[in-house]
Design a protein around this ligand. Structure first.
Ligand code: HEM
Length: 385
């Protein structure tokens, strides 16, 4: 049928069936007379006030007007960010250091092996828990993209592990030394970077902006509180590291168990004193690990906690109750450490979604966001950018 031949009833039926935006767009495909008729009906339909008010066309217009108002006033605040925007913001906050990681830039490599336990093998069919030694390339780091950050900085320390499984398969585990993360959504991570960008006049973050960020982002508070009340470790070897996210262990019968894990140092946890925060040299963490490894193997126990129904699966800022069942899943033994420049860890992308059969990701929005963000950073640094 020719567009101009549509009846009023057809127009009404059409208007009643489409959403506000769809109706607005569809009207464009009519002929000019239809367009006039449509808008006349929409703006001044026949009938009394209530009938006019109930007309869907009027509602469509109201919705359209509200959307335009929101767009014009900027009221439709950005609620999502993508990986490129976050890596761009890392660069804006910390500067661009060609060929280097955009986050956790300062680090040191280490190497050794992991041996899993029988108990872990009963929950997960991963080759990680075969009981045979699995070679590991590790990297320890300080959070942030400033290569000159002092090793006393009150932020997270990282432990990244690449397990080299048989048949060229890989398992990654990339952790930090706080039990919880400081963002339940990527946008909070992004806003934190914006708020903590050093003020050019002081070279330090503006405390007012940091406070405003914490006031408006409750999901950032637990980690911030933890970092304020727990000084950084004296050595990478004297820190526990937390997987933070919930993962799935899948056994040989494809039964799934929700788990969280942490690596606890056999050397014991030891933090800097308040006095050491100001007296220690800028760089000591890398050398402390290299020296420690020369004296003999450095070990961590991998402890796994089993979730119960109701324990959060997707929020890395919320801890599980302390009484959950726990077991030892294996021992990590690192026998050497080297500077990262030219080291075996330098060119690895410790993407936490690199996983072998038997361990799987949950839909935690932070966990799933990490993979594309690491890829952007990795691609830039590999290109020497
Ligand atoms: C929105 C969330 C996050 C974003 C956008 C993000 C971003 C990044 C980026 C861009 C890198 C550098 C990657 C590379 O060039 O190889 C990195 C490294 C790292 N991240 Fe994250 N991260 C996030 C969450 C986390 C969480 C939850 C943890 C711990 C559970 C974590 C631990 C680490 C560690 C340890 C490294 C250093 C890895 C290495 O040694 O190469 N990150 N992160």
């Amino acid at each position: 049928m020719r567009a101009g031949a549509r009846t009023g009833a057809q127009h009404r039926a059409h208007a009643a069936h489409e959403s506000a935006v769809a109706s607005f767009l569809c009207v464009r495909s009519y002929g000019p007379r239809d367009r006039v008729a449509f808008w006349r009906r929409a703006i001044a339909p026949q009938g009394g006030f209530m009938q006019r008010f109930q007309s869907r066309s009027v509602w469509h217009l109201v919705l359209l007007a509200l959307s335009l108002l929101a767009w014009a006033t900027g009221a439709s605040a950005q609620t999502a960010v993508n990986a490129t925007q976050v890596v761009d913001q890392l660069e804006s906050t910390f500067g661009v250091h060609a060929g280097e990681r955009r986050n956790h830039i300062k680090g040191v490599c280490a190497a050794g092996e992991f041996v899993g336990t029988k108990q872990a093998a009963s929950y997960s069919k991963s080759a990680l828990f075969s009981g045979k030694p699995v070679p590991v390339v590790a990297r320890f780091s300080i959070a942030g993209g400033n290569p000159n950050a002092p090793d006393t900085t009150l932020n997270a320390r990282g432990m990244a592990l690449e397990f080299r499984l048989p048949d060229n398969k890989l398992q990654h585990i990339t952790m930090i030394n706080t039990p919880m993360f400081g963002a339940a959504q990527p946008k909070t991570f992004f806003d934190n970077l914006v708020a903590t960008k050093p003020d050019p006049s002081t070279g330090k973050p503006d405390p007012k902006k940091v406070k405003a960020f914490l006031d408006s982002h409750p999901d950032a508070r637990a980690q911030s509180e933890f970092l304020k009340t727990h000084n950084p470790p004296v050595s990478f070897a004297n820190s526990a590291y937390f997987g933070i996210h919930t993962f799935k262990y899948i056994d040989k019968n494809n039964r799934t168990t929700l788990v969280r894990w942490r690596f606890v140092p056999q050397d014991g946890e030891k933090r800097l004193t308040d006095a050491q925060l100001t007296s220690m040299p800028r760089d000591f963490l890398g050398q402390a690990l290299i020296d420690r490894a020369k004296k003999g193997p450095v070990r961590w126990d991998m402890l796994v906690t089993i979730g119960q129904p109701g324990d959060t699966e997707t929020d890395p800022t919320v801890l599980w109750p302390e009484d959950r069942k726990e077991f030892k899943a294996g021992t990590l033994t690192l026998s050497s450490a080297t500077p990262q420049k030219g080291g075996a860890c330098e060119k690895i992308n410790y993407d936490p979604l690199v996983m072998a059969e038997g361990i799987a990701a949950t839909s935690d929005p932070i966990l799933t966001f990490r993979s594309p963000a690491y890829a952007v950073s990795f691609s830039r640094r590999l290109q020497g950018k």
